[in-house]
Each structure stands twice: as structure tokens, then as C-alpha cells.
Design a protein around this ligand. Structure first.
Ligand SMILES: Nc1ccn([C@@H]2O[C@H](COP(=O)(O)OP(=O)(O)OP(=O)(O)O)[C@@H](O)[C@H]2O)c(=O)n1
Ligand SMILES: C[C@](O)(CO)[C@H](O)COP(=O)(O)O
Length: 260
């Protein structure tokens, strides 16, 4: 188990309460098997192995007894001195699940990482880079990777499908200024609390447009710093992503590939 040299007392909120509609397994995504174990287990093992967490707080689909049992068993597996493992019922949106996690943080937490269970193969090095940036004084830190496609804006705002009805291109983003954003996203506790407090004032449409926690911090006018993420931190969203993730675990390297 490796650890950053200096650290803040840190909690990791793992949001795992999504239903996994786009994966289409007919069960919550966190429970879908990956390399013989539920996706959530990979995420939890990665977090614990990184050594950054004093507390791991998992937001689960309300009423999911199977995932709750999985967490209970994992708690028993954790050696003495391991992080406190807390389980909460998630909400109907990702942001609500984050807020459920915030409400269960233990006394003394100084920094919080918010992590998607769906990014189950995130390398330990990414957790360390985020934590190191917090230790260096950042209030908010996100891991990012360069964008490999050309990204264009279109007139349609309703999630239209160009294969069904052509959309009008309105512009091309400057790719060198773009980054694809991942988790874990790290915050000082005060920053995350202020961001989610402010989020309560958003109307339904504004709230629906918030896709990560860093966006809420940007709305406060607080600087968000970016550190290097990893292509291995892919968000398992579609069946193709699951094939990639299986390939990372079982591919020709014969072991979990690690892209630092
Ligand atoms: N109400 C919600 C919605 C999402 N999440 C979590 O947020 C992360 C990113 O969400 P996403 O990948 O979109 O997961 P799902 O919402 O499950 O996917 P889908 O939109 O396909 O149903 C996931 O780890 C998911 O479990 C959550 O905790 N609570
Ligand atoms: C938080 C996130 O993973 C950063 O890329 C992403 O915004 C989550 O989006 P989703 O639509 O909830 O999967």
C-alpha cells in the first residue's frame, strides 16, 4: 500500500447509486460483474490500495441489499487501521448521492474526494496526484486527459441523434483548450460544502446541467486545478466500455494494466 508523503485527513465519497441504464444489464451498474467481481468491488479495492482515505463513504441504490452486504463483507475484510467504511442511501441524481455522502462524513475530515464507482479501474497514482495538489494548497482538483476527437457544437440542445435527423454545426471548439474530466475530484471540505449548499438554489433545469462537482465550485468563482488523469480511469457507461474494462483486467499483459 503506497501513500502520499504528507496528507490531509481525507474521505472518499463513492457514488454508486446509479441504475446503469446505458449499460443495460437490468441491475445497478455497481453490481455488474467485471472480471468475476462486481464493479463496486474494483472501485473500493482501488481506493483502499491507494492509501489516501481515512473514510470511504459509499452511496448505494436505496434498498439494494446485495450491494449493502457486499460492503459489509468488505468492511470485515479490511485490516485494522484501514479506512472507516460507511454506507448511505444514494439519491435520484448523482449530486444528491454526493450530498447523502457528505451528510455521513465523520468528524475531522479535511478533504473529500468524490469518485464514480463506474471509474472502477482508476490507478492509485491518480488518487495521489489529486491528494498531492490539495496538500499543495488547491481548494479543488480534477484529473483530466486530453481530448482525442475534434469537438463541435450543434444547434440541437435536446440530445438529438444525427443519425436520425441531421443537426446544424454551429462551431468547432479549440481542442488544445479542451480536457476530458474524470474522477476522483478532490476538494477541501469547506469548498465542497459551499458548492453543494449553493447547488440547492439552482432550479431543476440548471441542476440537470450540472454534471460534476467541480462545476459547482466553478460557479462559486473558486479556482479548480487540473492534474493528469489516466485513460485507464474510463467511466464504464456502455457495453463497449465493459469490454474495454474486461480487456484491461484480462488482456495480454495478464494482469491489471497500470497507466500511471
Ligand atoms: N442517482 C445517481 C446517479 C448516478 N450515480 C453514480 O454516479 C456515477 C456516474 O454516473 P453514470 O455513469 O451515469 O451511472 P448511471 O447513472 O448508473 O448510468 P446511466 O445514466 O446509464 O443509468 C456512477 O458511479 C453512478 O453510480 C449515483 O450515485 N446516483
Ligand atoms: C463526474 C464525471 O464522471 C466527470 O466526467 C461525469 O460528469 C459523470 O457524468 P454522468 O452522466 O453522471 O455519468
Amino acid at each position: 500500500m503506497s501513500e502520499s508523503p504528507t496528507r490531509l485527513v481525507t474521505a472518499v465519497i463513492v457514488v454508486a447509486a446509479g441504475s446503469g441504464q446505458r449499460l443495460g444489464y437490468g441491475m445497478p451498474k455497481a453490481a455488474v460483474p467485471l472480471g468475476g467481481e462486481p464493479i463496486l468491488m474494483h472501485a473500493l479495492r482501488g481506493i483502499v490500495a491507494s492509501g489516501v482515505a481515512s473514510q470511504v463513504c459509499v452511496a448505494l441504490p436505496p434498498g439494494d441489499e446485495g450491494l449493502r452486504r457486499l460492503c459489509d463483507d468488505f468492511r470485515e475484510e479490511l485490516a485494522d487501521g484501514g479506512p472507516l467504511l460507511t454506507v448511505v442511501d444514494g439519491g435520484s441524481t448523482r449530486a444528491e448521492s454526493v450530498r447523502a455522502g457528505i451528510a455521513a462524513l465523520m468528524e475531522g475530515i479535511e478533504a473529500v474526494l468524490v469518485h464514480d464507482a463506474a471509474r472502477a479501474l482508476t490507478p492509485e497514482s491518480v488518487f495521489h496526484r489529486v491528494c498531492d495538489s490539495l496538500v499543495a494548497g488547491a481548494a479543488a482538483v480534477i484529473p483530466v486527459v486530453p481530448v482525442v476527437d475534434t469537438v463541435k457544437m450543434v444547434a440541437a440542445t435536446t440530445g438529438g441523434d444525427a443519425a436520425v435527423a441531421p443537426e446544424l454545426v454551429t462551431g468547432t471548439a479549440r481542442r488544445e483548450e479542451l480536457r476530458a474530466v474524470q474522477t476522483p475530484q478532490g476538494f477541501t471540505l469547506g469548498t465542497l460544502l459551499r458548492a453543494h449548499e449553493a447547488a440547492q438554489a439552482l432550479d431543476q433545469q440548471q441542476a440537470a446541467a450540472v454534471t460534476d462537482d467541480a462545476m459547482l465550485v466553478e460557479m462559486l468563482g473558486t479556482a479548480v486545478h487540473a492534474v493528469r488523469g489516466s485513460t485507464q480511469s474510463l467511466k464504464i457507461t456502455t457495453p463497449l466500455d465493459l469490454i474495454f474494462a474486461e480487456g484491461l483486467l484480462e488482456g495480454p499483459l495478464g494482469a491489471r494494466w497500470v497507466e500511471g
